[in-house]
Design a protein around this ligand. Structure first.
Ligand code: C2E
Ligand code: MG
Ligand code: MG
Length: 591
């Protein structure tokens, strides 16, 4: 672009022409130009400036008067400007409201002090730029409101829009196939609790990455016939995959299997290798829900069913599941009543000593397990209500009840059975109980009130709990200072490995049933059990094998050197009366 000043003639003889040219230049400039005295008196104004300023003030005699209302800071800044010359303000934005049928506008003003007597103002109409900026901002905000920041996946809002679109398509096209897969990471809380939230976040981001990679159209392995897929993060550890326009409804099974496989691979975060399988609930088009929210709700109900069945699997929604979900919701209300009405009771499962000579020691101990005698459903197992009790804060009262009842029973056995009484009482603890500041005090009160010897009480905690934060560690320490011992329950199902066992404040390791019941058929599991027993022993810890059901399992477990066993082979969980009978029935030989 040529320099504007270069096109203005400047020689003497062209003086008049030059002046004329300059005037033309100013006159036609597509930008407002105003020359004024220091007090704002306008000396020269070009047509563009007049056009821009007329809607603001009829009288354009004084620049500061023109902007007195809309931009009073123009005068203030000019008054405060102390330099001989230079820019007083640049790109000052002035919003001109809509007036007399004219639309609202945005002006931009540059005011410059030229010398000791004059000012120059450059005025531009930036309405379009401002509108564009606003639109950009709005677009960014809309985008941010629809995207999950951690994973960059669409969020729930964006997903719901997509699902609505799909439901509209389904309404007009009878053959339109789609599926919604609702994913939840199994035992994700353990990762957060055991390794901290940043590690948890990293795992979630990796989960999102694997979803993307697995659903990518050019990834042919297990690829769906869907012509459009969306993966979204809908809350903490929950993701939804929407498969649209499936060629065959049954293809959803392929996709679900492929996703399960991809997500079950280990996650390496720093020095940790973590496992985080997923549970998936599936809703397909042959389904009767009305709106998008209800559809997601149903998919999450199916996901819950997958989780309850043990996780790492998918379950397709059926309408009967909805009733059961409502029932679960009702459990909270009923559980409150159950605690007040004493519908809960405690059963005792024998924990026996495994002696090398094959004789079992019946008095080694018992584990207290809670049950609920429901007025209409009969006896309800803990798996159906411990979770609800934890979520709703009822676990505190439930746990106090179990501890106190079991301690009373134990003391009663000591009184009535003498040396036939069990020597140890194991009681399960939930993480929610240990988070409560008052917990240690309430255990102390129960010991005092029941006369329970602390040294004969063993509290069972899970791996994630034992590795928890400092407050929880301190509480575990306080409990141990009473003389209470701690056991690590369900060892092998969580994340702490044999190499970190020495860091946990426990005296006993309970090897999970999932290992024990393969002890006699899987060499791999046998090796793991043996290693656990060896490491525990080297750390001075005892071992209990959970869930022994057959003589063959018992024989292997004993041969591997495990101290104690628990399982249906020796005794099921028994009411206090039946347990009394079992304890006094004499010793029993195991081949
Ligand atoms: P857990 O502490 O690992 O208890 C052992 C579970 O394995 C019990 O299930 C027991 O009945 C079952 N079991 C024992 N031997 C065998 C066997 O040979 N075969 C099979 N298939 N199962 C066996 P239960 O009573 O249903 O309890 C399940 C879980 O609920 C417990 O697992 C424990 O984590 C929790 N729980 C039970 N009572 C309480 C309680 O009072 N408080 C808390 N916080 N949790 C509890
Ligand atoms: Mg237990
Ligand atoms: Mg267990």
């Amino acid at each position: 672009m040529p320099d504007a000043s270069a096109s203005i003639p400047t020689t003497e003889e062209d003086g008049l022409g030059a002046h004329e040219a300059l005037m033309q230049f100013l006159y036609r400039a597509p930008i407002g130009l105003v020359s004024a005295k220091l007090d704002g008196t306008v000396e020269m104004i070009n047509p563009k400036a007049a056009q821009l300023l007329m809607p603001i003030a009829r009288d354009l005699d004084n620049l500061f008067d023109v902007f007195a209302e809309l931009a009073p800071e123009l005068l203030t800044r000019a008054m405060a400007f102390e330099h001989a010359s230079g820019p007083i303000c640049q790109s000052l934005r002035v919003n001109v409201p809509a007036l007399a049928g004219r639309p609202a506008r945005v002006l931009s003003i540059d005011l410059t002090k030229l010398d000791g007597t004059s000012l120059m103002a450059v005025i531009d109409d930036t309405t379009l730029d401002s509108e564009r900026e606003e639109q950009n901002l709005a677009r960014q905000l809309r985008h941010a409101a629809r995207v999950d920041t951690l994973t960059s996946l669409p969020n729930r809002t964006a997903l719901l829009e997509q699902v609505r679109g799909v439901l509209d398509l389904e309404a007009i096209d009878d053959g339109y196939e789609f599926a919604v897969l609702y994913l939840n990471c199994d035992r994700f809380g353990q990762i957060n609790d055991g390794f901290g939230r940043p590690v948890g976040d990293e795992v979630l981001a990796m989960v999102a990455g694997r979803l993307r990679a697995t659903l990518r159209p050019h990834d042919c392995v297990g690829r769906s016939s869907a012509n459009d897929t969306v993966a979204a993060r809908v809350s903490g550890d929950e993701f939804v995959v929407l498969l649209q326009g499936l060629a065959h409804g049954a293809d959803v099974h392929l996709v679900a299997s492929r996703l399960l496989e991809a997500l079950a691979r280990p996650y390496v975060v720093g020095t940790h290798q973590l496992f985080c399988s997923a549970s998936i609930g599936i809703v397909t088009r042959r389904h009767d829900t009305g709106d998008a929210d209800a559809l997601l709700q149903d998919a999450s109900i199916a996901m819950d069913a997958a989780k309850r069945a043990g996780g790492a699997r998918y379950v397709v929604f059926e309408s009967s599941m909805r009733e059961r979900a409502v029932q679960r919701g009702g459990i909270e209300v009923e559980l409150r009543r159950a605690i007040a009405d004493r519908q809960l009771f405690v059963v005792y499962q024998p924990v026996v000593g495994l002696r090398v000579d094959g004789v079992i020691d019946r008095m080694a101990g018992v584990e207290a397990l809670v049950r609920w005698r429901h007025p209409t459903r009969g006896v309800v197992p803990p798996i159906e209500f411990i979770g609800v009790a934890e979520e709703t804060g009822l676990i505190g009262r439930l746990g106090d009840f179990v501890l106190e009842t079991a301690c009373r029973q134990f003391v009663e056995w000591r009184r009535t059975l003498g040396d036939r009484a069990p020597r140890l009482l194991a009681v399960n603890l939930s993480r929610a109980q240990l988070v409560d500041e008052a917990f240690v005090g309430s255990v102390h009160d129960v010991l005092v009130a029941t006369g329970m010897p602390a040294s004969q009480l063993q509290l069972e905690v899970t791996e994630s709990l034992a590795a928890q934060d400092e407050d929880v560690q301190q509480r575990l320490h306080d409990l141990r200072s009473f003389g209470i011992t701690l056991a690590l329950d369900d060892f092998g199902t969580g994340y702490s490995s044999l190499s970190s066992l020495h860091l946990l404040p426990v005296g006993t390791v309970k090897i999970d049933r999932s290992f024990v019941h393969l002890a006699d058929t899987s060499a791999h599991h046998r090796v793991l059990i043996e290693a656990t027993v060896r490491v525990a022993r080297s750390l001075g810890m005892g071992t209990v094998a959970e869930g022994i059901e057959t003589q063959a399992q018992a024989a292997v477990i004993r041969a591997l050197g495990c101290d104690k066993g628990q399982g249906y082979l020796f005794g099921r969980p028994l009411t206090s009366e039946d347990a009394t009978a079992w304890l006094t029935a004499g010793s029993c030989e195991v081949s």
